[in-house]
Design a protein. Structure first.
Length: 354
């Protein structure tokens, strides 16, 4: 024989309480639905304004000044010290008050029944802020970016080093360029429109010149040393002197232009130096010569006096002349490093180190 178990008084009371709550909530929701059939649900906010209990027309009228203010809010754009001003309206953003009011009204009034109930419950529990989505006009952003690019973008300037026919040294230092990162700038503009950011620092990046000042600096200094003084170069050897005029000096030089991977250089050609030293040697070099005497009636007579030998060391003279020209000196003495291999008389009578 089985016995049925009746619920206790506590369980019965709890069940009754839950049932009462459900009935109350349902009644409240039904009343809310009926009372706000043509009005925005209480607790709904948009653009930070409470629009609950208002009709579409009333909400649109309330939102109109706020939306206009947002669209006219200035946005300052910066790239270093440069600055541009715009507004969301100028960028094509739209905040139609009636569309905003319709978005607020849709909360708890549209969608599946269960979804509407959940939204209505949330509005009863706490304020509900309606999210705003507004897209700017892509063409307007393109126009603004194009204007900024014109102001910001600067092509790099390559260093210039050239030598004119008259010996004028043409030098121009390099300058880096700059370019706007347009894709990142576009994203930052869109984000500023969404978040209401009033200041935006636009990203730029430097552009390296193809030829830098460092690549021509040494050659430039060398040209200045060699050509800065316009007076001729004076050469001397023994009692002879020669002059290298500026035009002749220029014909000895070649300026090799730099490339993106190499530096500029100045070459002093050996061939014209060799010709100068050979000409000097032809005039200066002499063989040693012994004196000749005769003895007549007990008296010594000199028939030919002795002569010391001298010879310019031509390879050494070329190197010496080249180094002096590169150093910018204007007087050069061709001192050879060795003496003539033969001389008159004994060692004590040999010629000078020419």
């Amino acid at each position: 024989m089985s016995h049925s178990v009746r619920p206790g008084p506590i369980a019965l009371a709890a069940g009754l309480l839950i049932s009462a709550i459900v009935v109350f909530v349902a009644a409240a929701l039904i009343a809310l639905e009926l009372s706000s059939g043509d009005r925005i649900l209480p607790g709904v906010r948009i653009l930070g304004l409470p629009v609950g209990g208002l009709t579409l027309e009333q909400a649109a009228a309330m939102l109109s000044p706020r939306s206009a203010s947002i669209l006219e809010q200035p946005i300052e754009l910066h790239a270093g010290a440069r600055q541009w001003a715009t507004t969301p309206r100028m960028l094509g953003a739209r905040l139609d008050p009636l569309e905003l009011a319709s978005a607020a009204y849709a909360v708890g009034h549209t969608g599946a029944p269960l979804a509407r109930i959940r939204q209505q419950l949330r509005t009863l529990q706490a304020d509900t802020e309606v999210p705003i989505t507004s897209t700017a006009d892509g063409a307007a952003i393109d126009l603004l970016l194009a204007r900024i690019v014109r102001d910001v973008d600067r092509a790099p300037r390559a260093a210039v080093l050239d030598l004119a026919e008259d010996g004028t040294i043409i030098f121009q230092a390099s300058e880096p360029g700059e370019a706007l990162d347009q894709s990142i700038a576009r994203s930052m503009l869109n984000q500023a429109l969404e978040s209401g950011t009033p200041d935006v620092e636009l990203p730029t990046h430097p552009l390296a010149p193809p030829i830098t000042s460092e690549q021509v600096a040494d050659a430039h200094q060398q040209l200045v040393r060699m050509l800065g003084d316009t007076t001729p170069i004076q050469l001397s050897a023994a009692d002879k002197t020669w002059t290298i005029e500026r035009s002749e000096l220029l014909s000895m030089l070649t300026l090799h232009a730099p490339t993106p991977t190499s530096v500029a250089s100045v070459e002093v050609h050996d061939e014209p130096l060799q010709a100068i030293v050979q000409r000097a040697a032809h005039e200066v070099d002499q063989d040693p010569r012994d004196a000749r005497f005769t003895l007549s009636t007990g008296q010594l007579n000199v028939l030919r006096s002795s002569q010391e030998g001298r010879a310019i060391n031509q390879p050494g003279g070329i190197e010496l002349l080249k180094s002096r020209i590169e150093a910018g000196e204007r007087t050069v003495a061709l001192y050879p490093p060795h003496a003539s291999t033969s001389a008159p008389g004994d060692a004590s009578q040999r010629g000078s180190p020419w």
